[in-house]
Design a protein around this ligand. Structure first.
Ligand code: PMV
Length: 333
């Protein structure tokens, strides 16, 4: 057992999105997804065991906000993961958690992915339990934020849907290491507002006929992304990721009740990007469950895209990410 541990964990951007579950308890996805870890969007979480604690204490510091005790639904989710792991591995101590995010949370930049992967790795380290990367990604998946399991391995990561009923084959692993291909994700922040409907609800509502259409093509898209990665072909990758993101949002918008994650600023950025492409710049968009746009590009066009984006009306900030490593323990005591 340790007294104190600190873990740093990245957010990740999905090229093929995870949307919809076949099991809400075991967090089993309807499809395989692929993502890259983001170098400039991460959570650092510290967990501490203290004898004087009668209750778990959960503190968070979100980007641009004061440090505060977590409350409500978010607290419940964090507490549930701590308690689940504590019981499973026979750990009897209360913990103090302090977590800090360096990017806007809950706005479609996968803050729950960095947060829950950091928490899970920190808990395992604190309890002194050594797991394989595969097992660690499964424990992270079970936190409730499925996409968090993709923040465990390094670089470009695949989360297998798996076939089994117990979820033992639904885990994440690295397809390519950090240095394989210098890809960039420019997060175009057009809103820092927290979304009204979380992705948990989105997964539950993803049950319409448009979802069936999405799933029919999804394996083909996974293979296409793998081919594009293998050939380092940005245009090929770009075409699929745009298509996959639009398919997710079509499903969301046609859910009942409809979920609108995108807003007029999102479309303005997409429109601008398409004009840049006509000028010969290589950048492709994708959006998670929020209005902010991710633009995937290579080094040759990155600086020009960033400079141009800052001039687009409604753009508040551009966060520049390259592919990075997965969760890491950065301090132990
Ligand atoms: O892991 P969750 O439950 O927060 O869902 C993530 C959903 C998306 O971000 C929209 C897609 C993805 O694969 O990251």
């Amino acid at each position: 057992m340790r007294r104190r541990v600190r873990v740093k964990s990245p957010a990740n951007l999905a090229f093929i999105k995870y949307w919809g579950r076949r099991d809400d308890e075991l967090i089993l996805p309807l499809n395989t997804s692929i993502s890259m870890n983001l170098s400039s969007c991460y959570t650092v979480t510290q967990l501490e065991v203290r004898e004087d604690l009668e209750e778990d204490e959960i503190w968070v510091k979100f980007y641009g906000e004061e440090k505060k005790k977590l409350a409500g639904k978010q607290l419940e989710r964090v507490f549930r993961q701590i308690e689940r792991l504590r019981q499973k591995y026979g750990f009897e101590f209360k913990v103090k958690m302090e977590s800090e995010n360096n990017f806007p949370a809950d706005a479609g930049i996968a803050s729950s992915a960095s947060g829950f992967s950091a928490l899970t790795v920190a808990m395992m380290e604190l309890m002194g339990v050594r797991l394989s990367e595969r097992e660690l990604s499964i424990e992270t998946r079970l936190s409730g934020s499925g996409s968090a399991c993709r923040s465990i391995p390094d670089g470009i990561v695949k989360w297998e849907r798996g076939e089994g009923e117990d979820g033992g084959d639904s885990f994440a692993y690295s397809l390519y290491s950090v240095d394989y291909w210098e890809l960039w994700d420019l997060v175009v922040v057009v809103s820092r507002e927290k979304k009204k409907v979380g992705s948990a609800e989105g997964h539950r509502l993803a049950k319409n006929e448009y979802m069936e259409a999405r799933l029919k093509r999804i394996e083909e898209r996974v293979r296409e992304v793998e081919r594009a990665l293998e050939e380092k072909d940005l245009e090929r990758l770009g075409r699929v990721i745009e298509n996959d993101a639009l398919s997710l949002h079509a499903v969301a918008m046609l859910s009942e009740p409809p979920l609108f994650y995108l807003n007029h600023k999102t479309w303005r950025v997409i429109d601008w990007l398409q004009n840049q492409r006509e000028r010969g710049l290589g950048g492709y968009f994708t959006m998670d469950a929020g209005p902010n746009v991710h633009i995937v590009c290579e080094r040759r066009d990155k600086d020009e895209l960033v400079a141009g984006l800052k001039e687009v009306e409604g753009v508040e900030e551009v966060i520049i990410n390259k592919v990075t490593e997965g969760s890491r323990v950065v301090e132990v005591e």
